[in-house]
Design a protein around this ligand. Structure first.
Ligand SMILES: NC(=O)c1ccc[n+]([C@@H]2O[C@H](COP(=O)([O-])OP(=O)(O)OC[C@H]3O[C@@H](n4cnc5c(N)ncnc54)[C@H](OP(=O)(O)O)[C@@H]3O)[C@@H](O)[C@H]2O)c1
Length: 352
């Protein structure tokens, strides 16, 4: 049983998925916890488990809907009134909607989404970061996403909010240089949580390719503790996807990402037979991206910028043909990719 560190981690979205797995890691390491979410019953149960399994000394449950106006101030004041110092802040709570922006999604839900994913996260960061900077000590983990750097049709507003978080985090990272305060962006690929159901999506093709939330949390936690600016959790396939997102023409990328969010079954209940773009796109991303990661690790930032500009020019001219090419690859390639991904990640786990 772990004895306490005396430090406190505040985790929003601790009641399920990635946030729950992160909370478990803090509990295992002896942190006191402030668990925030709307599902008080789930948070209470989690608290009992952490106390019993890891000897967590102090757990505070705060039941709040973080999509409401000025809720971050209310939460901050409540924590201060309890006399608790937050040493680590994890801004995990986040949601999406699913469907075409113009005709299918609901503005009220999108407004709440923007409020939660952007306004609350930004204000939470501002309030707690100020205290951390004054103490010259503290850590923040921001849940961004790999879709922060790609178009994501059918989850357009969601991806835009993650792009905001990603950008904000990188700027703050620079502003914090020279202090003992760090801020880390966690950029998961699709992860096996309640996320897609909560967004109101039917079963999607992407759900055949999800990562495990405990792996995502473990890699995020490690990067947070090391004070890294960002982390793409998982194996080289995910890291290669990051590089390809910067290099692939946006139009082709959007087509590929759209396919990932296609329902797995059509209206007659038949399994979708044409997730072509995914297979080739990601398989190409995996192989080419790996080579590029190695290449880019050995060139200067100026050369990287030049290289990206050249690729963008080239990309514009081939965007249409790329989209068409992606759209003509057979289903079997996706199967090959999944096999490859499993093999690679299995091998990596063995090596780890
Ligand atoms: N799953 C993925 O594919 C994926 C990929 C990349 C990034 N992410 C990001 O990872 C984070 C966690 O998502 P997840 O995948 O773990 O999904 P999840 O299992 O649905 O968890 C979402 C968490 O956010 C909390 N939450 C949602 N709305 C809230 C609100 N209005 N007020 C307070 N808390 C709220 C939920 O708690 P309550 O319901 O108790 O309020 C829950 O604990 C999100 O920021 C998401 O954008 C997810």
């Amino acid at each position: 049983m772990q004895t306490g560190t005396g430090k406190t981690a505040l985790i929003t979205g601790a009641s399920s998925g990635i946030g729950q797995e992160l909370a478990k890691l803090f509990a295992q390491d002896g942190y006191n916890l402030i668990l925030v979410g709307r599902s008080e019953d789930k948070l209470d149960r989690l608290s009992e488990v952490f106390k019993a399994n890891y000897g967590t000394q102090y757990i505070t449950i705060i039941n709040k809907d973080l999509s409401k106006e000025d809720i971050a101030i209310e939460l901050y004041d409540e924590v201060k009134a309890k006399g608790i110092q937050v040493d680590v802040l994890v801004n995990d709570a986040g949601v999406s909607t699913y469907g075409k922006f113009a005709t299918e999604t609901n503005w009220e839900r999108e407004r709440e989404l923007v409020h939660l994913n952007i306004l609350t996260t930004t204000l939470m960061t501002k309030l707690f970061l100020k205290d951390m900077v004054e103490r010259n000590d503290g850590k923040i983990l921001q849940l961004a996403s790999l879709v922060a750097i790609t178009p994501f049709p059918l989850m357009a507003v969601y991806a835009a909010t993650k792009a905001y978080i990603w950008n904000l985090t990188q700027s703050l990272n620079n502003e914090l240089k020279g202090t003992n305060v760090t801020i880390t962006a966690l950029m998961p690929n699709a992860t096996d949580t309640n996320f897609f159901r909560e967004a109101g999506a039917p079963e999607l093709i992407v759900e055949d390719m999800t990562d495990k939330p405990d792996m995502v949390a473990r890699d995020g936690y490690r990067a947070l503790m090391r004070g890294e600016a960002k982390v793409v959790p998982g194996g080289f396939v995910n890291k290669a996807q990051e590089v390809m997102a910067y290099l692939t023409p946006q139009e082709g990328l959007a087509a590929m990402m759209r396919k990932l969010l296609t329902p797995k079954y059509d209206e007659d209940g038949e399994e979708e037979t044409s997730p072509w773009a995914i297979g080739l796109g990601i398989a190409v991303a995996a192989v080419a991206g790996y080579a590029l990661v190695r290449f880019l690790n050995h060139v200067s930032p100026e050369d990287k910028a030049r290289f990206r500009a050249q690729v963008a020019d080239f990309g514009d001219s081939i965007a249409n043909s790329t989209t068409n090419a992606l759209s003509s690859v057979a289903h079997s390639v996706a199967g090959e990719y999944l096999g490859l991904k499993a093999d690679v990640e299995g091998a990596e786990e063995e090596l780890a």
